[in-house]
Design a protein around this ligand. Structure first.
Ligand SMILES: NC(=O)C1=CN([C@@H]2O[C@H](COP(=O)(O)OP(=O)(O)OC[C@H]3O[C@@H](n4cnc5c(N)ncnc54)[C@H](OP(=O)(O)O)[C@@H]3O)[C@@H](O)[C@H]2O)C=CC1
Ligand SMILES: O=C1OC[C@@H](O)[C@H](O)[C@H]1O
Length: 369
């Protein structure tokens, strides 16, 4: 496809924290295989100085440079902006999304999309009323490596029938050294490992245990335990067990902020063998390997043999795949994406609500019924 045939999307970026810096760097890459043209039109920050520093530090090469506003409101109101990217802490997502939608803007909002499933539903209701595109930025689902693995596991059934998936995302966050108002510590901002990182482990469980999305997917039982911080403010470790009653399949999906997960973060077990997945974290996989039992070993205990390893190198962080998908959908006048549809965001949020109900991590938003 010639570059002039590609959809063009003009982005307004809300907040200048870490993930926004990754996102704009990925949007600004020159990529041979780009499926869209991304224009960084505007940046909204708490102060103009912070916004200008963000542009100078992360995207000095972008020409013309984006307009910098000292408020989010001015980005929502900018007629040259098509879509708002929201990179604020979790507890602010709902208001940011509703404000952007009110101005008729499309939205790509960081994970966790909201703090409760109720909040997520309110956002989608408002998007439906306005007819705008909205998606949770669950970027992992858009990695080509993940899609290749889904095909091998579910369509080619290379490891037979999947019966168990383990996935862990642990980071050594050293919370005591962070300021109480850090988004990783503050309950008011939606902190805790469940919403921050267990969401990726859950995503791997769902992607690998379920051959398809949506209404066809069987609803798993959620069994969860959480370890809360000493002041009971947030969860510092969560383990979720997904159990599919009709098949007995299980997902063992975990997170902690007390230790970094080793490079191999996921194992998918099937009747004929297993797959291991590697990467810096469950959010950004870089390789997988599958192992098969030999015919003699199908019936006896033994070590499966390494059959094939897939590695995928790419420039940047890998956030551009979700951005391309969004641009293609918007050009096609869609309001939701087929890989991360609204129903799936709500379903994952409901599982996290249930995990917190059992585990004990509470947010003020839980009382807003
Ligand atoms: N997809 C991924 O891999 C990742 C996703 N995330 C998600 O992105 C979101 C932001 O995370 P991250 O970038 O690490 O967070 P940061 O703390 O680095 O940045 C958050 C930004 O939000 C703005 N903000 C507005 N109100 C507040 C407030 N009360 N307290 C703090 N910041 C505020 C600030 O920008 P300003 O002053 O410019 O307005 C701030 O810089 C979270 O939802 C997180 O889950 C985070 C990391 C990785
Ligand atoms: O999404 C995320 O992935 C990487 C982590 O560092 C971060 O805390 C989290 O928000």
């Amino acid at each position: 496809m010639q570059s002039h045939d590609l959809p063009v999307l003009r982005w307004g970026i809300i907040a200048t924290g870490q993930i926004s810096s990754w996102f704009v760097r990925d949007l600004s890459l020159s990529r041979q295989d780009a499926k869209a043209i991304h224009i960084i039109q505007a940046i909204g920050s708490s102060t103009e100085q912070k916004g200008l520093k963000f542009v100078e530090t992360y995207i000095p090469h972008v020409s013309p440079p984006p307009k910098v506003y000292a408020s989010y409101e001015e980005v929502y109101a900018d007629p040259h902006v098509d879509i708002i990217y929201i990179g604020t802490p979790n507890a602010l997502h709902k208001q940011n999304c509703l404000d952007a939608i009110k101005h008729g803007k499309h939205v790509l909002c960081e994970k966790a999309f909201a703090v409760t499933s109720q909040e997520a539903k309110e956002i989608f209701d408002s998007a439906r009323d306005k007819g705008v595109f909205v998606m949770e930025a669950m970027w992992t689902r858009f990695f080509p490596l993940v899609q290749t693995l889904q095909r091998l596991v579910h369509e080619e059934k290379v490891i037979g029938d999947v019966h168990r998936v383990f996935c862990d995302l642990g980071l050594d966050m050293n919370l005591a050294t962070l300021k109480p108002e850090s988004r990783l510590r503050s309950r008011a901002l939606g902190a805790g490992t469940l919403l921050d990182i267990c969401i990726y482990s859950l995503t791997w469980g769902l992607l690998m245990l379920e051959p398809r999305l949506g209404d066809d997917a069987e609803k798993p039982r959620v069994i969860a335990a959480q370890t809360l911080s000493e002041d009971d403010e947030i969860d510092i470790a969560t383990s979720v067990l997904l159990h599919y009653p009709s098949t007995g399949k299980q997902g063992i999906l975990t997170s902690t902020c007390m230790a970094k997960t080793p490079h191999t973060f996921c194992r998918i077990e099937g009747t004929k063998g297993y797959v291991t997945v590697d990467g810096v974290s469950a959010s950004a996989p870089s390789a997988f390997t599958y192992y098969l039992k030999t015919p003699e070993e199908q019936s006896v205990a033994g070590s499966p043999m390494l059959i094939k390893r897939y590695e995928a190198e790419h420039e940047g962080f890998g956030l551009f795949w979700e951005a391309d998908a969004v641009a293609i959908d918007i050009a096609a006048c869609k309001t939701e994406n087929g890989i991360m549809p609204w129903g799936e965001t709500v379903r994952v949020m409901e599982m996290m609500d249930e995990a917190r109900r059992q585990g004990g991590a509470r947010f003020p938003q839980d009382d807003n019924k």
